[in-house]
Design a protein around this ligand. Structure first.
Ligand SMILES: Nc1ncnc2c1ncn2[C@@H]1O[C@H](COP(=O)(O)OP(=O)(O)O)[C@@H](O)[C@H]1O
Ligand SMILES: [Mg+2]
Length: 347
């Protein structure tokens, strides 16, 4: 026989104290007079004493204080429930997190206080930024593909006429002109590849990425006498479903960058392993590294810090990984090295 539970049996204090939402009661001046367990977790504090009776504004970046005070005033004076707003908050360790905040009046005896509810939306914000980046990349790619088509046709006809000219009126400059034209056409071809990789309608096949990683490395053999290679390839029986040539190209681009990043002697480490439904590939180098402000630009077409660079390598890598439902992240320390971490779903 089940126990009969009445609504009056519920311990409301406990319910609030252990609620999954972080709930705060704030005085008219902004002093925190109550905060539940979720607040501690949110801001990474160990005990309530660290927060209680401090000012809520101590945990908010100073540039949003004025806006928050305005909202608080609406709660206290007009007794409104203020709409949700996205803000930032400062944790005990200094980390700034994205939050969503809403507030309503809370009546205690003859006073009006404010009940504040805060939600951590860091993960959601991160996903949103990632999505925006992808949309941006895709639209830049589409524009680029359009331009490539427009420019390639006249260049190809110039190439044809140069050929005819060479036959009828040979001139030593014509060879140089042809070589330069060839370079331009190659750049356009590369751009077309990264922006519209589907032009070649390659079929999806099961791929052993360990095998592809090894075969790509062989292409660099003569460049490798100053670079030590460390392998850790596991779980090669797990296959990724996709377009083989795109992966070959992507690995080529990653390894080329790793080698170019190493000045003098250095090491490249290549890992392949399977973990919870995903293939992980890591390409690490002990090269020059990438500064934090530049990491954001990686994958943007034409972003290059090299005098002879095209800035199309990583665009191809990023599009290939995204196209196969995967993810790629970069960790880098200037002067120490860089790691590209790829995750791909296994079908
Ligand atoms: N492994 C790496 N180490 C250091 N910098 C890197 C690495 N990979 C990429 N980069 C940076 O990213 C930029 C863009 O790379 P990429 O798209 O391949 O173009 P490119 O190699 O032609 O410059 C490079 O110019 C370089 O600044
Ligand atoms: Mg490159």
């Amino acid at each position: 026989m089940g126990l009969k539970i009445e609504a009056t049996d519920i311990d409301f204090h406990q319910l609030i104290e252990y609620s999954l939402n972080s709930i705060w009661i704030v005085s008219q001046e902004g002093k925190i007079v109550y905060c539940n367990r979720a607040c501690l977790e949110l801001l990474k504090f160990a005990s309530t004493e660290d927060i209680l009776y401090k000012n809520l504004y101590d945990f908010l970046p100073s540039d949003i204080h004025a806006g928050c005070k305005e909202r608080l005033k609406r709660v206290l004076q007009k007794q409104e429930i203020v709409e949700r707003a996205e803000q930032k908050m400062i944790c005990s360790d200094g980390e700034v997190i994205d939050i969503e905040i809403t507030a309503a009046p809370y009546y205690l005896k003859d006073m009006i206080l404010t009940q504040v509810i805060i939600r951590d939306i860091t993960d959601r914000k991160r996903t949103e930024t990632l999505l925006k980046e992808r949309v941006k990349l895709a639209s830049i790619g589409q524009i680029a593909a359009g331009i490539v088509h427009e420019v390639k046709n006249p260049l190809t006809s110039v190439k044809g006429f140069l050929q005819l000219l060479k036959e009828s009126q040979p001139h030593p400059y014509i060879n140089t002109m042809e070589a330069e034209l060839e370079k331009a056409l190659e750049t356009l071809e590369n751009l077309l590849h990264v922006s519209k990789p589907d032009l070649h309608e390659e079929p999806f096949v099961p791929i052993d990425l360990c095998k592809e990683l090894t075969s790509v490395l062989f292409l660099f053999q003569e460049k490798l006498y100053n670079v030590e290679i460390e392998w850790d390839l596991r779980d090669s029986e797990k296959k990724v479903f996709g377009k083989r040539n795109l992966f070959l190209k992507a690995f080529f681009n990653l390894m080329k960058n790793a080698i170019e990043g190493i000045q003098g002697k250095g090491k490249i480490r290549i890992e392949h392993y399977y973990k919870s439904g995903q293939i992980h590939i890591k390409v690490s180098d002990t090269g020059v590294g990438i500064s934090e402000d530049k990491v954001k630009l990686l994958g943007t077409p034409f972003f290059s810090t090299k005098s002879e660079g095209t800035g199309l390598g990583l665009t191809q890598v990023f599009t290939t990984i995204h196209k196969h439902g995967g993810n790629i992240s970069v960790q880098s320390v200037v002067g120490k090295g860089t790691t590209f971490h790829i995750q791909l779903p296994v079908k």
